[in-house]
Design a protein around this ligand. Sequence first.
Ligand SMILES: Nc1ncnc2c1ncn2[C@@H]1O[C@H](COP(=O)(O)OP(=O)(O)OP(=O)(O)O)[C@@H](O)[C@H]1O
Length: 259
Amino acid sequence: MTGSMVLRTRGLTRQYGRDSGLVRAVDEIDLDVPAGQALAIMGPSGCGKSTLLHLLGGLQRPTDGQVWLADHRIDTMSERALARLRRDSVGFVFQSFHLMDELTAVENVELAALLAGQSPRRARKRAMYLLDRVGLADRARHLPAELSGGQRQRVAIARALSNDPLVVLADEPTGNLDSAATVEVLRLFDEIRAAGQTLVVVTHDARIAAVADRMISMRDGAFADDSPLAGAGMAGTGSGRGSGTAAGAAAGTVYGGRR
Ligand SMILES: Nc1ncnc2c1ncn2[C@@H]1O[C@H](COP(=O)(O)OP(=O)(O)OP(=O)(O)O)[C@@H](O)[C@H]1O
């Protein structure tokens, strides 16, 4: 049982290679991420951030330890069940966007819902709603190649929200963006955070602190520091983290989400 934790790990370990070439990319990590938390994970290149994120999202299997997503133990789950759980409960945002080049923005956003069996009409409606939320309603019929990097990442964020995920996992979401686009994307994460969405963002960008309410620093596959951040929020409202009913209600209003 995970209580109200959206993510939970115990002794989570992932090693690569063997013998003298052995690397413990993630080394016995215990982590609890409560619902509604916006967690930033930072640290030097190679410290294990991406590997940890992949383990949390069930994109990779640990070599040791356990991972739960809500009440689901995912490290031992069958590939098929895990694929379904990822589709239904996790929203991924990657550094290089990973949009389908031949699909328009709205088609990219609605794809997962269509694959999950939602009616085309409902999927389109939700996709248009989310594109509007990320400020791209007028670019819905553009192909990724016709969008700027920041706009592509906003489409990817809309897509990540399309399955109404329990958690959004972002791996260097601003890594390919210029400074102006980075600010745009961080602002969007701030809105998502304020709406009560559980969020884990791996990044090199210290500006992420503005949109997180907890910061973990990693070194050599382990946590070197784990600190709450006061007064999260780019808007400077100082409203802190919504919790419980209020956050759920806000999420319901802004993103139609469940918390
Ligand atoms: N497939 C792999 N095979 C072997 N070693 C790997 C593999 N993937 C990652 N590693 C090693 O595991 C360690 C952690 O890598 P990881 O990509 O998780 O770090 P990171 O903190 O995300 O780095 P960056 O910030 O540069 O993306 C590194 O030493 C890396 O070289």
